[in-house]
Structure formats: C-alpha cells, structure tokens
Design a protein around this ligand. Sequence first.
Ligand SMILES: Cc1ncc(C[n+]2csc(CCOP(=O)(O)OP(=O)(O)O)c2C)c(N)n1
Ligand SMILES: [Mg+2]
Length: 350
Amino acid sequence: MATRPKKSDSATSRKSAASALPTAVKAPKPANFAKEQELEAYREMLLIRRFEEKAGQLYGMGFIGGFCHLYIGQEAVVTGVQMALTEGDQVITGYRDHGHMLAKGMDPNGVMAELTGRRGGYSRGKGGSMHMFSKEEDFYGGHGIVGAQVSLGTGLAFANKYRDNGKVSVTYFGDGAANQGQVYESFNMAELWKLPVIYVIENNRYAMGTSVARASAQTDFSQRGASFNIPGMQVDGMDVRAVNAAADYAAKWCRKGEGPIILEMQTYRYRGHSMSDPAKYRSKDEVQKMRSESDPIEQVKARLTEKEWATEDELKAIDKEIRDIVSKSAEFAQNDPEPDPSELYTDILK
Ligand SMILES: Cc1ncc(C[n+]2csc(CCOP(=O)(O)OP(=O)(O)O)c2C)c(N)n1
Ligand SMILES: [Mg+2]
C-alpha cells in the first residue's frame, strides 16, 4: 500500500511540480531605476510608513474606532505597481487599504479623516478604515469581506473590455483570500473572456494568525490560476524595482489583450493582523530578521546613499517633509467635524 508522504515532502514536491507548469513565468529582472525613480519610490514608501505609524498612534489614543489594519512592511508592493500604471487604471483591494490609496495619489487628509470618522473623509466619515472609495481617483475600495474585491475587480476589467478603453484593473488580495471560492469563479471568467486584470496576491505569509504553510495546500500562489491557463510569477515584494518590472510586464500583457495575469508578491507585514492583534503566533526574531535584512525603504535608502544620489541631510529633509504632511493629516482628522446625524439617512440603497 502506498504510504502517505510526510507533510514536508509533499509540500516540496508540490512546489516543484508547480514551477514546472506552462503557466509559470519567470519574473523579469528588477527595473533599473534612475535617480528620480529611486527618490519617488523612497518618498512614496516613506509616506505610507509614516502615515501608518501615525494611524497606529491615533488608534491607541482612541481617535480611530473599529478595525484598523496597517500596511507597514508591504510598502514596496503598492508603490512599485503604481509606478507601472497609467492614469485611469483602477485599483481595488481588501481592508488593508491605506497604502493603496496613498500610492494612488489620494489625499492623506481624506484618508486619515475617514479613519477618525470625520466629514472630510473619503466616505464622508461613514465608512472607516475598511470602506473607503473614490470613483474620481479610480479607487474602488476598501472591502471587509475577504475575497469580495476579486469578483468586483474582475467586473471592472469586464467593463473596460466592453468599453474598449485600454484600462487595466489591478485587483489586490491576500494569501488567505486566495483560498476563497469566488476567486476561482472570477479566474475562469477572466481568462475565458480575456479580461484586462492584474491579480496581485500580496503573500505576507499570514492570514490573521494562520501561516501560509498551515492554511494552504499549494503555497506557490503564482500558480493558483494554472487550471484556467492564467500565467503567473513570483516576485520579490520587498524590492520596489522587482515589483515595478513585474507590474510593467503585467500591464503590457493586459493592454495587448492577452487577458489576466497573476503576480504573487512575496512580502511581509511587520505589525499584527489588526491593531488588536499582539501577533503571538510568530517569533520576534522572525519579524526582526525581515526588518533588518529586507526592509523595502532601507533598500532604497542604501542605494541612494551608495550611488551618492542623496546625502544624509537630503534624506532627512525628505523625512521631515513627509512627517509634516502626515502631522497635518492627523490634525485635520482630529479637528474636522463628525458627519451630521442626518447623514445616517443618506447613501443608503433603497
Ligand atoms: C468572508 C470572510 N471570511 C472571514 C473573514 C475574517 N478575516 C478577516 S481578515 C482574514 C484573513 C485574510 O488574510 P489575507 O487574505 O492573507 O490578508 P492579510 O490580512 O494578510 O492582508 C479573515 C479570515 C472575513 N473578513 N471575510
Ligand atoms: Mg496574508
């Protein structure tokens, strides 16, 4: 009788089988950033990091109610992808959404004010951290239901194809969401109709407190579309240049009419799942190792210094500029009035 392979053996053999699939695409070399692009990436990632640190503080002070999921550690993903997009491309994601909005160029005041439930927030103070939208900025949320954005993002791509407008829908979701059923119904339709959608799977190694190894039978997420013939690649999601090159490839693929593509971004979140998670399911050493060896911002900073593209003083000046933007957003978010009670009866589906 055949013996069942040990878990570690089966995980290894599954992985090698996946990388031999015809849908397995090798990630392109990291983009060769010029000085301006390195500085742009540095600024953008720093804005997200400082914004999230401030949001964490405001949460601790009781200014933010409900859930709050921070994006610290994953900044290179949205930054590198956004740098490869063109105006009019749409973005949709789950509840860990602040970084996606900032990378898209949305106003930090509007994002922070939504976190504190104020009038000037993107959902006029009625959505909070997980439910922010801006049709004007082509940002379609902000979704609290794990996986829900995948079918919606596929729908955006359907509309783009129908209108023949050349736009791409960038649909972000997590490693945990990748195990949700509607993801696969969406994959089927996307490939069948060759919809212009980039599925960005942000594999930050945990879904709440459960590690990928414990929850996923197939941990090569780039091959989750293999049964639908959707190509995919694994990307170093801590290196903004690697992310950018992969996103550029994917955007061109979609615009050529080749259909959907999957980018598995191998990344890491430094904080707990949400503000109420002390993250006891992993060791401090694991987090510290990622921070000291792979931090996306430190990587750019090291290159800028090494190539003498920025002095310590210039980098400090950028940091100050970013801190000022974030402080102003926090001030606005604490002083802007709450919505009028009559707003309870507006924006409701009747
Ligand atoms: C349909 C549904 N099931 C369960 C939950 C509870 N839940 C919230 S976040 C989460 C984990 C998702 O992890 P992942 O997709 O890896 O995203 P990450 O938080 O790591 O960014 C779960 C199970 C939910 N919000 N929606
Ligand atoms: Mg995850």
